[in-house]
Design a protein around this ligand. Structure first.
Ligand code: SF4
Length: 552
């Protein structure tokens, strides 16, 4: 939500001590009515950037502003002729005008509303514009709004950090019998935030237990993935990651405002009860803080995550009638779209095809939409006209072509949530993968963060691509480039996590036993340079050495 102030109202707002700036989303634009041009410029740019409206397409522009930009104008008297003209322009864009000036003014239902009681203007404006608001009261000491999604909390501003890459952490939603759930029970086991030294990295888990007649375990991962956006709406709190790879920073400002760990539970309770009210009757939250209890709890949580991943095992991209899109990460990466298939889960690792399907069932207008797969134009790269159309639509025109199985030809974009990132290693013509947990350098001479900077933010960068851990052992992984046989290096810990599946896939595809042992890591290539890597690959007879060179 943005409020733009134009004219004498700015002076009144200054006198009243109103906080105004872009970060608080109340913007004093200018004293003169002409400054409305800046607002119109913003509207035009939004239509071009997010709606792919071309210069000169007046009809398309008006349709976009009417359908997508929920704006309205409040014009306080006296309204002069120039302001009336600007108001008429706003009406043409689909933005109703509400005024208390009766002079020479003719009311037009739903477009020009003359109404004296200015106290009711916001409600009248919202109704005239057809904006539907769902207000959830959340008992926390700081603001809660989608305006805070994307807020970055720097290291120096953070009170504590819940860091899944260094400590045992996780977030989990689980279904219980109604008799086991006490509605709105929030418990914190372990120290509260005011008992922890400032700047600490801590181990925390939060488990949301839900019960409801219509609740299905299939919905659990869907709720879990929404935790990302629920917590990011808290002012002064930043959440990234999912499952046992979460990172949550709570700011010093929140701490000073009285924010406690218990408030994380309040947010999760309120949002899950309000957003999923059709299936959740009761909800309770258990927050555990501390290394020791979370080590055991994390193990159990990972078993739950593994079981979910197992369910997908028998499904292939060919055996399902449709794929799904996911745009949950557009708060951070406005043009990013994941296409989720049974053999390619979302790059965050938390949205499988089944999760996307359940999301669509729970909220048919929500972030996951059906993508048909009728018009395949290239099986090798996984190129579909249907997918291109979906990506163009959901990226608001930022992307036109995406393949499902290629790293070099129109690869899928990456937001900031990917579990892993891969990149071409030119000496071996293979592919190097690293993951968020691995802080070391790869044979590309780059760390995870450096590789991530090549492709984050919804940008398509052939040769680099973010992806989920479980995608690596998929038969569709880099299918266009020859498959998982291209994999030449990955961190040991990640290799051990996917070892069995990796070996199974390589046996299936190339009839190779123990392929994981042919893939280098930081223990058998300690220098991490390309010469050492090549020597290792030759020694073990890695299949990449007999593959065709990549077209780079
Ligand atoms: S990474 Fe992709 S699948 Fe995961 S939440 Fe973001 S958009 Fe959805």
């Amino acid at each position: 939500i943005f409020v733009f102030l134009i004219g004498g109202i700015i002076e009144q707002a200054v006198e009243a001590g109103l906080s105004m700036s872009f970060p608080v989303r109340v913007v004093p634009v200018g004293e003169e009515i002409w400054s409305v041009g800046h607002v119109i410029s913003l509207v035009v740019r939004a239509a071009m950037i997010f709606g792919a409206i071309q210069p000169g397409d007046v009809e398309g522009f008006h349709k976009y502003t009417f359908d997508r930009i929920n704006a309205f104008v409040n014009a306080y008297k006296p309204v002069n002729d120039i302001t009336v003209a600007c108001g008429a322009g706003a009406i043409k864009l689909g933005f109703p005008v509400i005024t208390n000036d009766h002079d020479d003014m003719w009311a037009v239902p739903k477009s020009l509303i003359i109404y004296d009681n200015t106290k009711d203007w916001i409600d009248t404006s919202i109704e005239a514009r057809g904006i539907k608001l769902k207000i959830t009261k959340i008992d926390i000491p700081v603001s809660f709004s989608s305006a805070f999604e994307g807020e970055i909390i720097r290291k120096g501003d953070m009170q504590v950090e819940i860091d899944g890459s260094r400590k045992d952490c996780f977030e989990l939603v689980t279904t219980k019998d109604a008799s086991e759930v006490e509605d709105h029970k929030i418990v914190v086991e372990g120290p509260e935030i005011d008992e922890i030294p400032v700047g600490s990295k801590i181990s925390m888990s939060y488990t949301v237990e839900v019960a409801g007649k219509n609740m299905q375990p299939d919905f659990e991962p869907v709720f879990e993935r929404k935790i990302h956006s629920f917590l990011n709406c808290v002012e002064g709190l930043m959440h990234t990651g999912q499952r046992d790879m979460i990172r949550v920073r709570i700011s010093k400002a929140d701490f000073e405002a009285g924010f406690k760990f218990r408030h994380i539970g309040e947010v999760l309770y309120a949002k899950i009860k309000s957003e999923f009210d059709t299936v959740v009757d009761k909800c309770q939250v258990r927050i555990v803080v501390g290394d020791e209890p979370n080590a055991a709890l994390r193990k159990h949580a990972n078993e739950v995550f593994d079981k979910r991943d197992e369910r997908l095992k028998s499904m292939t991209d060919e055996s399902v009638p449709v794929f799904y899109s996911c745009i949950m990460c557009q708060a951070f990466s406005p043009s990013h779209v994941c296409i989720v298939t049974p053999e390619r889960l979302g790059l965050c690792g938390a949205v499988s095809w089944l999760d996307a399907k359940a999301t669509n069932e729970l909220d048919p207008q929500g972030p996951c939409q059906v993508v048909t797969k009728e018009r395949c134009t290239d099986e090798r790269t996984g190129r579909y006209e249907d997918v291109d159309e979906a990506v163009a639509q959901y990226s608001h025109g930022a992307l036109e072509h995406v393949t499902l199985y290629s790293l070099l030809e129109d690869p899928m974009t990456s937001c900031g949530c990917f579990e892993c990132i891969c990149g071409i290693e030119p000496c071996s013509m293979g592919v190097v993968i690293t993951c968020r947990e691995y802080a070391g350098i790869t044979p590309l001479g780059m760390t995870f963060s450096e590789m991530a900077s090549m492709t984050g933010g919804g940008v398509q960068t052939p040769g680099f691509m973010g992806h989920g851990k479980h995608y690596i052992a998929s038969h569709k992984f880099l299918k266009a480039e020859g498959g998982v046989g291209r994999l030449v290096w990955l961190p040991k810990e990640l290799k051990d996590q996917i070892r069995d599946k990796l070996n199974e896939t390589a046996k299936d595809m190339y009839d190779i036993d123990n392929f994981a042992d042919m893939v280098a890591d930081e223990t058998n290539c300690p220098n991490g340079d390309p010469e050492e890597l090549l020597a290792f690959l030759s020694e073990v007879g890695h299949p990449v050495l007999s593959m065709d060179p990549l077209d780079i």
